[in-house]
Design a binder for this molecule. Structure first.
Ligand code: NDP
Length: 462
């Protein structure tokens, strides 16, 4: 007879926590899970899933315009925010139901409550005060938007609120230049909202390849999104029905809504981690080793609460590694290298591996292959938006180090390029691959000659 109530107790019902709990249950373990909000976490409730639904909705705005070039007559399409929100809510409720069903199938006992540590084997459910003891504990509490302290910060929204606004604003200011800021600037602009993006750097999306950043920013500005760079949002005031953002250069911009998209921080506060002696770093991220073990051997952590790569597939993969290590006696470390990712802007960005700038810093001989072209769908539609495909190649081993794309369906495309890069394929394999014609993706296998190369950091044009 075990001295514990559970073999595994999971704190947090997001992508990582639910996957770990469900499969641990299916394996025959006694599993409990605490979630104080809705099941599904950031990704399902107020992140990737509703965002992608909004992205699809936004895409129709350009599709209606483009259709004319292909012979369609489109009469005054009208967008209704409330209808989108209701449809989105129905879909999120459906997915949340599936998450609950999956947990039921794994015989996981779900507690609708936040949980805090009492000691290293005991957690207390805040809603009822009940205490449960578990042999192993997994912390999967995710993250939350970072909100720097400035005057008027409480007047602003974040990605937590944006999915449920009562009304579509007529104008919005978005602070930040990362994934969320860029995606929402494009979404709101497509819905006809006067959109201003305020970013502290010189060019949006700092971690991405410079060609992608420059081109996307140019396209966004050409569409009519106001992009203000090298500037901080310093404070916010309410003026009658509108808000005013006072920027570091003294400019005042007024809008109906101001959204902060300034990064996300780990949700570790309030867990009373000190009672279990689980250590956090300076950013409050739970410290884990390569096997996701915290400073306490039977307590583990996965996903955004560890603040490494804040992406849903990473959290899910980490949950699978945790299960193998903790329950199958097969220590499995997650390989965080070559994680493909997309920014769902209009046009999209897809990227995997090293940017040109990173490769030049790390390799002595680098070859750059790139092509900028008008994709076929943008020809007779009259949409003057070019597509970019780019490969970054190690000139010595010929291994493709980075693949980058800006254009329609870049997210879908980069998923498959991720396999090629993970397989450490050389440029010669790309060259030997037959093109699928006519597609935009064929450019990736028909760029035979480098546009330029670098030797020891110095660019040499052909
Ligand atoms: P990001 O890290 O992508 O971007 C944060 C932005 O805020 C950066 O532009 C950063 O500037 C800026 N910033 C940070 N602190 C400050 C500050 N104090 N003052 C002014 N600007 C500041 O975070 P997001 O919030 O956009 O998204 C959070 C995470 O969620 C992402 O990192 C990503 O992992 C994930 N995500 C993934 C998506 C996808 O896969 N498509 C979509 C949405 C989110 P600087 O660049 O100069 O540091």
């Amino acid at each position: 007879m075990s001295i514990y109530d559970y073999d595994l107790f999971v704190i947090g019902g997001g992508s990582g926590g639910v996957r770990a709990a469900r499969l641990a249950g299916v394996m025959g373990n006694r599993v409990g899970l605490a979630e104080g909000h809705r099941m599904g976490g950031t990704c399902v409730i107020r992140g990737c899933v509703p965002k992608k639904l909004f992205t699809y909705a936004a895409g129709y705005s350009e599709a209606f315009e483009d259709a004319k070039g292909f012979g369609w007559t489109v009469k005054k399409p009208r967008f209704e925010w409330k209808k989108l929100i209701s449809a989105k809510n129905r879909e999120i409720a459906r997915l949340e139901g599936l998450y609950h069903k999956g947990l039921e199938n794994g015989r996981v006992k779900v507690y609708g409550s936040r949980a805090v540590f009492v000691d290293a084997h005991t957690v207390q459910l805040e809603a009822t005060g009940e205490r449960v003891r578990a042999e192993k504990i997994l912390i999967a509490t995710g993250g939350q938007p970072q909100s720097p302290n400035f005057s008027g910060q409480d007047l602003c929204i974040t990605s937590n609120e944006v999915f449920d606004l009562e009304m579509l604003p007529k104008s919005i200011i978005i602070a930040g230049g990362g994934y969320i800021a860029v995606e929402f600037a494009n979404i709101f602009h497509s819905f006809g909202v006067k959109t201003t993006l305020v970013y502290r750097g010189e060019l949006i999306l700092r971690q991405f390849d410079r060609d992608l950043r420059r081109l996307l920013q140019e396209v966004m500005v050409a569409k009519g999104i106001r992009v203000i760079c090298n500037t901080l949002l310093e404070h916010v005031e309410r003026n009658n029905k509108q808000l005013s953002a006072i920027l570091s250069d003294g400019t005042v911009v007024a809008a109906d809504q101001i959204m902060l998209a300034l990064g996300r921080v780990p949700n570790s506060g309030g867990l009373r981690l000190e009672r279990a002696r689980v250590a956090v770093d300076a950013a409050d991220a739970i410290i884990v080793d390569r096997y996701l073990q915290t400073t306490v051997p039977h307590i583990w952590a996965v996903g955004d609460v560890t603040n490494r790569i804040q992406l849903t597939p990473v959290a899910i993969h980490e949950a699978m590694c945790f299960l193998r290590t903790a329950f199958e006696n097969k220590p499995t470390a997650l390989d965080h290298d070559l994680v493909a990712t997309a920014v769902f802007s209009h046009p999209e960005i897809g990227t995997v591996g090293l940017s040109e700038e990173e490769a030049v810093r790390k390799y002595s001989r680098v070859e750059i292959y790139k092509t900028l072209f008008l994709p076929m769908r943008n020809t007779i539609s009259g949409r003057n938006e070019k597509m970019l495909t780019k490969l970054v190649v190690d000139g010595e081993s010929r291994i493709v180090l980075g693949a980058h794309v800006l254009g329609p369906d870049a997210g879908e495309l980069i998923q498959l390029m991720g396999i090629a890069l993970k397989g450490r394929l050389t440029k010669d394999v790309f060259d030997a691959t037959m093109a699928v014609h006519p597609t935009a993706a064929e450019e990736f296998v028909t760029m035979y000659h480098p546009n330029y190369i670098y030797r020891d950091g110095k660019r040499q044009d052909n």
